[in-house]
Write a protein of this length. Structure first.
Length: 323
């Protein structure tokens, strides 16, 4: 995915760390620990800072608990995901932490692992069935999107024209965010959405979509974005068109969004607690392997943290570092 500004610097460090893990046959176990127990961490594209942070946090937690940890990427491909799960099950993995490729299409793959006595913890994305995964940990997308929408209205006001760029309508998380946005924004009849496009969660696609929209709607007041890369793509487009005074909000809370908030280009975002959610997923998998139970409800939600210019300095790799 091409990125026209500071994203390259921060992604470089994340990629260097995670790519080495993904390419090795088996990541090293934690120093000073010897164990033949193994956990596989299976996530989306590792060139996305969210998934890189998620994978790193899960790997480090697994190593701390004495597991060998392997990081693999399904690249949002359900067929590749199925093949990888079949492979790691055959190789004797003790458990899987999975950020799945598609909620509904992933049910069969999770069921397959479970039936082979390899427990699966889902992180970030749920599946529509209970009792297959031992835990489903996800972000409270309704809460995160609602708080961002409220800040958007406070800045833009109760009248004007705005654009929505969704992150990926094949992803239930993105659908939920869009619905939550509109539960807030649709309360204001004079605040009108004049264009809506699915940017696929990608910065370049968002910039291209925004470029097209600006040709038809040059006088918009704001842009509501379904995730961080989409918000950054919208900002790139607005800058290229020399459009000022357009309020942009997003959801994710990457370091690049943090920087955009601090510079004033992004008005607000909601930081998803990728690292803590991933760590908790590994801890619950460990608890299940040790005792036969996670000790927690299957479905659990993690709150988003509203990020504005007042607290943007607290964000680092999807972790809130201020007390």
């Amino acid at each position: 995915m091409s990125r026209p500004f500071p994203l390259k610097v921060t992604l470089g460090a994340a990629l260097l760390s995670v790519t080495a893990l993904a390419l090795s046959p088996l990541a090293l176990a934690a120093e000073g620990k010897s164990s033949d127990r193994s956990i596989v961490i299976l996530v989306n594209s590792l060139d996305n800072p969210y998934y890189a942070a998620e994978a790193n946090a899960a790997r480090e937690q697994a190593q701390e608990l004495g597991y060998q940890a392997r990081v693999l990427s399904h690249q949002e491909d359900v067929n590749r995901q199925r093949e990888l799960i079949s492979s790691v099950v055959a190789q004797g993995a003790d458990g899987i932490v999975l950020d799945n490729a598609d909620s509904s299409a992933s049910v069969a793959a999770v069921r397959y692992a479970t039936e082979k006595d390899v427990p699966v913890v889902l992180i970030n994305r749920e599946i529509p069935e209970d009792g297959i995964a031992i835990a489903q940990l996800s972000h409270n997308n309704v809460q995160a999107a609602s708080q961002v929408a409220q800040r958007f209205v406070e800045k833009v006001g109760e009248k004007g024209e705005y654009v929505e760029l969704t992150c990926n309508l094949a992803d239930n998380n993105c659908v939920t965010r869009s619905q939550a946005f509109h539960r807030v924004l649709d309360q204001y009849p004079d605040l009108q959405m004049v264009a809506r496009q699915d940017a696929g969660g990608e910065l370049l696609r968002a910039k291209q979509a925004m470029d097209s929209i600006l040709q038809e709607r040059p006088d918009i007041n704001g842009v509501v974005s379904g995730n961080g890369p989409v918000a950054l793509g919208a900002i790139a487009s607005l800058k290229a068109a020399n459009k000022q005074g357009v309020t942009v909000v997003g959801i994710d809370g990457s370091n690049d969004e943090r920087n955009a908030v601090r510079s004033g280009d992004l008005y607000a975002t909601s930081m998803l607690q990728a690292q803590e959610l991933a760590r908790q997923g590994v801890r619950e998998l460990d608890q299940y392997l040790e005792t036969g139970s996670t000790g927690q409800p299957e479905r659990q939600l993690f709150r988003g943290i509203l990020i504005t210019s007042d607290n943007a300095k607290c964000v680092q790799d999807f972790e809130y570092q201020c007390q």
